[in-house]
Write a protein that binds this ligand. Structure first.
Ligand code: NAD
Length: 260
């Protein structure tokens, strides 16, 4: 299937590793010109250098700290007035913790980095998409918006804000050729999943491998997903072929969420 991504100017956030890097790579392999933004430009350049030369030529690294408004505005200033055709909103995941134990300051900090600054950046990059009458806004959230994950209260709470924002925006811009969707990873094997498994292992006095095995046993496919499996869904949603999908949330979870 031709995805129509050749030459589409794309920005992927949180793209130095994990899901963001996989999305940036998948879009560049399909012909998009991709700016991969993250705190560490060196880490981003390192994975780009491992891509085949023709793909690497379509990828560039940009500096972005989603925790800092000034950094978000600096990136928007750099990209405007042309802006981008495709925006993939991805962020670092918040630390684990129980709902009753999270201090207000942490809620506020994480809201800014995972939600508020993404809303702000999207708002700044939206006008050129509306003028061109074409755009794609895809935000990576979590299966926790459909089934809250124990001990991830920050993630469960803040992603509901992202869900409400994305759905509202989708209706506002639908007539202008801009689609807005969420992708919900279940458990995709990245550094973050290893870190969460290690934290659970330390808490329960088990090994990380034991925790991972038990976790995978709860997934109908009996394995963690691969970052490329999520990235391919993002590439499709970004494509010209996904023109009638908006306001949706699409799980990539190997069947993990059992509800209808
Ligand atoms: P990861 O920790 O492997 O990668 C996160 C990326 O975000 C890295 O490139 C990191 O440098 C970047 N980042 C972190 N803080 C940043 C900041 N302040 N500014 C800019 N970039 C920043 O995580 P991942 O597994 O790739 O997950 C990506 C997102 O998806 C996270 O929000 C995570 O919580 C969410 N998620 C992941 C899974 C999964 O199974 N991997 C499941 C549900 C939700």
């Amino acid at each position: 299937m031709e995805l129509g991504l050749h030459g589409k100017r794309t920005l992927v956030l949180g793209a130095s590793r994990g899901l963001g890097a996989a999305c940036a790579a998948a879009l560049a392999r399909e012909g998009a010109t991709v700016i991969a933004a993250a705190r560490s430009v060196d880490d981003t350049k390192a994975w780009i250098a491992r891509e085949p030369a023709d793909v690497a030529a379509r990828l560039s690294a940009a500096k972005l700290d989603l925790a800092e408004r000034a950094s978000v505005d600096a990136l928007a200033d750099q990209l405007l007035p042309q802006g981008v055709d495709i925006l993939v909103n991805n962020s670092g995941g918040p630390p684990p913790g129980a709902a009753a134990e999270i201090p207000l300051e942490l809620w506020q900090q994480q809201f800014a980095a995972m939600a508020g600054h993404i809303f702000h950046l999207t708002g700044r990059l939206l006008p050129p998409m509306l003028e061109r009458g074409w755009g794609r806004i895809i935000t990576i959230a979590s299966s926790g918006v459909e089934q809250p994950i124990p001990n991830l209260a920050l993630s469960n709470g803040l992603r509901m804000a992202v869900l409400g924002w994305s759905k509202t925006l989708a209706a506002e811009v639908a007539k202008k050729g801009v689609t807005v969707n969420l992708v919900l990873p279940g458990r995709i094997h990245t550094d973050r999943v290893d870190q969460l498994d290690a934290a659970a292992a330390a808490k329960q006095g088990k090994t990380r491998e034991e925790i991972a095995k038990a976790s995978q046993a709860t997934i109908p496919m009996a394995r963690y997903g691969r970052p490329e499996e999520l990235a391919d869904v993002v590439a499709f949603l970004a494509s010209t072929r996904a023109s009638y999908i908006t306001g949706s949330k699409i799980r990539v979870d190997g069947g993990l969420i059992r509800s209808l």
